[in-house]
Design a protein around this ligand. Structure first.
Ligand SMILES: Cc1ncc(COP(=O)(O)O)c(C=O)c1O
Length: 232
């Protein structure tokens, strides 16, 4: 783990030495532009009503992580919203790869723009962990209102959870479904390990690519209580 983080830090140092304009790039209407240039039309439905979906494939040391899984989820999300991905998936892939090539960033979180990698928990805190609460004042929006399997920008509940965490002297917030079942947090799924069994939410959450990766290693899948709701 230390070796991985040290290599990451080295890449960060190289990135810091480069001009900021070369760091971030966006693909808008078939052109690559610096990220600060594009503007969203004020009447755009995505802006007005959050009528949109998106996805965020990661890049680690120059390589995409499960890009096909992300594009498949994006296509599924579009279908659920009765939208059509405007480009064939191969073209989406090519554009993303082209953007990475144009950027000096080696570790990234990509929308249709590239920005440096954002950690859920920074490397230096991972060995010791951070503080979290189970939110009392807010619940995750019910799937009957907003389908959480469609990646969306409705973050009102997640942000309220973060406010509560801050009020209670913590950093992270885990939301329940209002009926004692854990769902997810602000930008991450939850996987608990108890007595060598993994527990995770059976529904009401974004089906995370990262979570799938944590569950897939040999042996774990069999023990996974995927269809159980973990009672608190
Ligand atoms: C609400 C929510 N849950 C879970 C996740 C984790 O998804 P993934 O592992 O595919 O990044 C995200 C990622 O942004 C998210 O926004």
């Amino acid at each position: 783990m230390e070796k991985i983080f040290a290599a990451y830090q080295e890449r960060q140092n190289i990135l810091a030495a480069n001009s900021p304009l070369r760091k971030r790039v966006a693909w808008v209407e078939e052109e690559l532009t610096p990220l600060h240039e594009p503007r969203i039309p004020i009447l755009d439905q995505g802006f007005m009503h959050s009528d949109l979906t998106y996805d965020i494939p990661s890049v680690w040391d120059g390589r995409f992580f499960r890009l096909d899984d992300h594009i498949t989820r994006l296509e599924t999300s579009c279908t659920k919203l009765r939208m059509k991905l405007p480009l064939p998936r191969n073209e989406v892939k090519q554009i993303l790869v082209g953007m990475m090539a144009r950027s000096v960033i080696r570790d990234a979180r990509n929308y249709m723009f590239i920005q440096p990698y954002v950690w859920c928990i920074e490397p230096e805190m991972q060995p010791v962990g951070r503080s979290g609460i189970i939110a009392r004042t807010v619940r995750r929006v019910p799937p009957g209102c907003i389908d959480p399997t469609v990646k969306n920008l409705q973050w009102g509940d997640l942000v309220r959870g973060l406010f509560e965490a801050s009020d209670r002297g913590a950093e992270y917030s885990f939301l329940t479904d209002g009926d004692t079942n854990l769902t997810e947090g602000s930008g991450f799924d939850i996987v608990l390990v108890k007595d060598n069994i993994l527990y995770t939410s059976a529904g009401g959450v974004l089906e995370g690519v990262t979570r799938n990766s944590a569950l897939e290693p040999a042996g774990l899948r069999l023990r996974l209580s995927w269809h159980l709701w973990k009672r608190l």
